[in-house]
Write a protein of this length. Structure first.
Length: 292
């Protein structure tokens, strides 16, 4: 059971770097009866931006949520802060999207069911029927939205309109492309800006297309890996959230590389999703700041 006698919040903010940010924010929290549980901050000398994440509890039960937010809004306006204040106990609502390769989907569902991933998953979307039974085993609605190879732009936009309807009706906070093998339209990418994560089956986007591990094997790579990144209109080039690699050698065939790669993809995507829903990922232009 979650103890709600002292509500907990996660505050994230960014602004132009300036003297006294930590002092003023922590002072505000102290003055309003809040206790800081953990705090992290980073100043980027290149962008001249400052980033901060604070997890705190509200010890003064006489202060309402609305009053806390209104008072902080006044401070934020005076400092030029871009900020968000979230209920730390709220479980973000995540929609998973998949095609015909299911290892990332299966891994995320297991972590969700085991309580390792603090989310709600109200919908799974796919352009194939392969995983409807898997979804049913977790009692999660499965939405089959077919999209044939070479489908017309009109058909594609109609399918994406249905995706947007599901996002809106289920009040989705994050969309995860768990090996959803369709290129999203620029309009859908724009609608999902900062709220969609993809897993790219390469440490760097060197091997594109349907058989990246076969390409990697042909080139004799010594490291394979995966990259989790935000979805943007630039294919597989959105701000990177997490990456990892495994060392391989000449004795391994393409199938072995693929098996190793699948494991890396699962771990990298799960980390990125967990850090996002814990509000540890802040965008910094084309990069991210991740408070692990």
């Amino acid at each position: 059971m979650v103890d709600m006698s002292n509500p907990e919040y996660i505050l994230t903010l960014s602004c132009l770097d300036q003297r006294g940010i930590v002092h003023r924010v922590s002072g505000f929290l102290a003055e309003h009866g809040c206790n800081i549980i953990d705090s992290a901050q980073f100043g980027d000398s290149q962008s001249q931006l400052f980033f901060m994440r604070v997890h705190f509890s509200l010890e003064d039960s006489g202060l309402s949520d609305a009053a806390l937010r209104a008072d902080f809004a006044t401070l934020a306006a005076s400092m030029g802060l871009d900020w968000e204040l979230r209920d730390a106990h709220y479980k973000p609502r995540v929609m998973l999207m998949v095609s015909k390769i299911g290892h990332c989907l299966n891994d995320l569902l297991f972590r969700y069911k085991s309580g390792l991933l603090p989310v709600e998953i109200p919908a799974i979307v796919s352009n194939h029927m392969d995983f409807y039974q898997l979804a049913a085993s977790y009692n999660i609605p499965f939405h089959y939205l077919p999209l044939a190879t070479g489908a017309s732009e009109e058909t594609k936009l109609a399918q994406e309109a249905r995706i947007i309807e599901l996002i809106n009706s289920h009040q989705i906070d994050l969309v995860v492309l768990a090996r959803y093998m369709q290129i999203l339209s620029p309009s859908l990418c724009a609608a999902l800006k900062g709220k969609a994560i993809n897993i790219h089956h390469s440490f760097l986007p060197s091997f594109k297309g349907a058989k990246p591990y076969a390409q990697a094997h042909q080139r004799g790579v010594k490291l394979i890996g995966a990259t989790a990144h935000f979805v943007t209109g630039d294919l597989d080039e959105g701000p990177i959230i997490e990456q990892d690699v495994e060392r391989v050698d000449h004795s391994m065939d393409a199938d072995t590389l693929s098996a190793i790669g699948r494991d890396v993809e699962c771990v990298v995507l799960a980390r990125a999703v967990k850090w996002f829903v814990e509000h540890r990922v802040l965008q910094n232009g084309d990069k991210t700041v991740v408070f692990k």
